[in-house]
Design a protein around this ligand. Structure first.
Ligand SMILES: *Cc1c(COP(=O)(O)O)cnc(C)c1O
Length: 341
């Protein structure tokens, strides 16, 4: 297969290809289709996750721009900030990050453990922000300030989600098609969690450019369906334009917003049950903000018949288990409940 990404500047950060594995025990428990899992939680950089793929392209752009510091933003327990900070260390750059207090009702520990602890290991300069601001604007202002101080900042948007970052998910799409061929797999659906949209958009753009018609279902972790479709479609169009002249139709972007619950970073009982089910049947850790909601969506769609019990379905594991440490109280039996399927 030709590498459609060979012409883009890229640094090597990621263990790849990531494994594509079966989940036989979970499939059996659900009485559903044969489930596979793409292990993009195992991309290698500082415990891994989906942002590492995006950062291969974004950090290459930062180096081309001669930057000495990257500036980005995320929620307090951002996996994106943790991976960006690690990538910066690996490449000899500094990292400046704004963390939005997006999740309500969290104590002091939440701002010190999990991803924030790792951010500090990587010597990230952190500033907290109240919820509701335009965080990309805030980060760009911070970058401007650094520039006035004589620094050479490079701005990376939240989640690494622009068309440069989304190329990282074109790489995952390309890998998947190669693995499908090798395993003689013909899955009827890909399921992933969708937030700042770069992962979903890159995957859609990649399949589009490579003429693959397998549908991709994004389980929203935050936005209502129509807004999320809009965000993903706009970014997928920009990303696809880097790869092909073929027009991408909006109908390729599928979103289910039925698993968000009370909001970003707040796991539902379904999220907790999905995390426990995957842990106890497959020995795999999901996370309470993204992949747990994505898996709750996959399980929910099997249970309500939207996904029939025949054929094969692939779940894209985007990582995030580091933030489990910021949610321990919601899992500990006795203290809270530990829901199962
Ligand atoms: C950021 C993130 C996502 C969502 O990816 P987007 O590209 O922001 O949509 C999913 N899972 C994990 C673990 C993440 O950190």
């Amino acid at each position: 297969m030709n590498d459609i990404l060979s012409n883009f500047p890229r640094v090597s950060l990621c263990h790849q290809p990531t494994a594509l594995e079966q989940m036989p025990r979970l499939s059996k428990v659900l009485g559903g289709p044969r489930l596979w899992i793409k292990r993009d939680d195992c991309t290698g950089l500082a415990t891994g996750g989906n942002k590492t793929r995006k950062l291969e392209f974004l950090m290459a752009a930062a180096l081309e721009a001669n930057a000495d510091i990257v500036v980005t933003q995320g929620a307090v327990q951002s996996n994106h900030v943790r991976q960006t900070a690690a990538a910066a260390c690996k490449l000899g750059l500094e990292c400046y990050a704004l963390l939005e207090r997006r999740v309500p009702g969290k104590g002091e520990d939440y701002e010190q453990t999990g991803n924030v602890f790792f951010d500090q290991m990587f010597n990230t300069q952190i500033e907290f922000r109240p919820p509701g601001l335009n965080m990309n604007d805030e980060a760009q202002q911070a970058a401007k300030k650094l520039q006035l101080q004589g620094r050479k900042p490079y701005f990376i948007p939240g989640g690494g989600s622009n068309e440069t970052g989304a190329l990282g998910y074109v790489s995952s799409a390309q890998e998947l098609l190669y693995q499908f061929e090798n395993n003689k797999l013909n899955p009827k659906l890909i399921v992933l969690s969708t937030g700042s949209a770069g992962t979903h958009a890159g995957m859609v753009a990649g399949f589009h450019a490579l003429d693959c018609n397998i549908p991709i279902m994004g389980i929203s972790v935050r936005q209502p369906k129509e807004i999320q479709i809009d965000n993903v479609y706009k970014l997928a169009v920009k990303t696809a334009a880097l790869l092909t002249e073929k027009k991408l139709s909006r109908g390729k972007v599928l979103v289910d917003d039925g698993y968000v619950g009370e909001g970003y970073g707040i796991p539902t009982d379904g999220t907790l049950a999905a995390i426990n089910a995957v842990a106890r049947n497959e020995g795999i850790l999901l996370d309470p903000v993204y992949s747990g909601k994505g898996m709750a969506g996959l399980i929910g769609q099997i249970k309500n018949g939207q996904i029939s019990s025949d054929g094969e379905v692939v779940f894209l594991h985007t990582g995030g288990a580091v933030s489990l440490f910021a949610y321990e109280d919601q899992f500990l039996a006795g203290k809270a409940h530990a829901p199962t399927l």
